[in-house]
Design a protein. Structure first.
Length: 271
């Protein structure tokens, strides 16, 4: 049985160092420049054009990390929701320019929500409606350009919440992402289930994974092998999926990408 092929999250500064590694297997790539508001508000096309030139000959699955700084997709304030919609549409502009077919956005669920969201019977439904109001135009645009929106866990303590939300948005272009480090933080520091449970719970709604290791205390973005995530259990769960999720090494130090990949390869889990 063939092993999954690892990809990476890189920026315009780090793509050149890993270009040959990406192209040798046409590995999945996530561009991490276009979450920045300052770039989206300036001449982002120049940056995107440079990236296109760097990726000449690349035919793998390309995605971007969408904007997320300073906002949530379930804001109660209609004016804030308008700003969030605008920012995410800017992200999709960049995705379309690059030919990216996936954009990562952040989950609205918090640890506060876990204990408080069900205090009032309408809270969950109202959260979904606020997210729908924020994302309606974004999802429509994503469907038009063929770009999948994937919702990444941040503080999510219950892995079911994000999956239910994605399904409630009723679009073939909305799925979920898993960040292994965020899940491990939630497990160790807030009492959430282990990381592999997040995979099992998402099932084939899972089409994107950020692979990073942590000690469970903070969002370390270490290379696999440097923290305490049980990678064998995680990849066993991934192996049961048919959705073929993109497996993206998202590390704080991009120089550690190949070291992290080599660790998972040495375990016999990936290539």
């Amino acid at each position: 049985m063939s092993k999954p092929v690892l990809g990476a999250a890189l920026s315009i500064k780090s793509i050149p160092a890993h270009r040959d590694w990406l192209l040798e297997r046409q590995r999945d790539l996530e561009i991490q420049d276009f979450f920045r508001a300052d770039l989206l508000e300036s001449d982002w096309r120049a940056t995107a054009g440079e990236i296109k030139q760097m990726l000449a000959g690349y035919t793998g699955r390309l995605g971007i990390h969408g904007p997320f700084w300073g906002f949530k997709i379930d804001s109660h304030d209609p004016m804030i929701r308008q700003a969030v919609t605008k920012r995410l549409l800017q992200g999709l502009d960049a995705a379309e320019f690059l030919g990216a077919t996936q954009m990562v956005i952040h989950s609205p669920f918090t640890t506060w929500d876990h204990n408080n969201l069900d205090l009032y019977p309408d809270n969950r439904g109202n959260l979904v409606e606020r997210v729908k109001a924020t994302l309606a135009e974004v999802i429509a645009r994503a469907e038009t350009i063929g770009c999948e929106i994937v919702i990444e866990n941040i503080e999510d303590k219950d892995p079911r919440d994000r999956v239910r939300l994605a399904k409630a948005l009723e679009s073939s272009k909305v799925r979920v992402s898993l960040d292994t480090g965020h899940a491990n933080y939630a497990h160790v520091s807030t009492g959430a289930p282990p990381v592999d449970y997040y995979v099992e719970t998402a099932g084939d709604m899972l089409t994107h994974v950020h692979l990073q290791d942590t000690d469970g205390f903070a969002d370390r973005h270490w290379a696999p092998g440097e923290g305490n995530i049980p990678w064998i259990a995680v990849f066993r769960a991934l192996g049961r999926l048919t959705s073929n999720p993109r497996l993206i090494l998202e590390l704080r130090n991009h120089d550690d990408i190949r070291k992290g990949a080599a660790h998972l390869a040495a375990l016999g889990l990936a290539e």
